[in-house]
Design a protein around this ligand. Sequence first.
Ligand code: SAM
Length: 218
Amino acid sequence: MQLDVFTLVPHAFAWLTEQRPVAAVLGDELDLRLFSYRDYTPLRAGQVDDEPYGGGAGMVLRVDVVAAALDAVYGGVPDHRVVALTPQGRQLDQAVVEELAAEERLTLLSARFEGFDERVLIHLASDAISIGPYVLSGGELPAMVVTDAVARLLPGALGSEESGRQESFSAELDGGLEYPHYTRPPEFRGWRVPDILLSGDHGRIDEWRIEQSRLRTP
Ligand SMILES: C[S@@+](CC[C@H](N)C(=O)[O-])C[C@H]1O[C@@H](n2cnc3c(N)ncnc32)[C@H](O)[C@@H]1O
């Protein structure tokens, strides 16, 4: 998968690329490219934003700047999926992550300030995604959230012992939440691990886990 991220803060992604799962698939299943709008802006002094028409607080990421970056990288508006990250978009969930992970090429557009000039959303992006009903200061964290969640689904991202396991929202758990986990010690401050998990009876443990998953899934 080729995943391109347009941002004003490309260095923010350094940590993400050093960690699993992204590090495990980089250069193999995942070609992650980071582009800074400032490197492509046609305006002087690296300008990328401007005051909103009609007045009001904050600055708006200019449509000509985003278009110039897309033109430089793709020679125009790409024919693959271009997702603008915005609180006003469709809310991200595991089904959307799976949909995005199935793309061969994907572009994420992030903004800062007051957000995108609306023409970016209308004419340059193919869809808009929100990572939740709250406002962050920039699209970098949302882009990293999408990148991490998508990377986990790429072949080789997780160790063989982890892949295909029952996780929250997975088909193995009928889309439900994962059951509780415990590790050593078996008792701490009087807080005991459920006896079933210490029983060694894997058939009953599997049943207990499925039941726990159902109980905690709304
Ligand atoms: C301060 S926010 C802009 C908020 C916008 N003025 C509003 O009220 O909807 C700046 C940028 O951060 C990103 N962002 C903030 N919250 C987000 C969220 N929940 N999901 C996706 N992107 C978000 C977007 O790229 C957004 O354009």
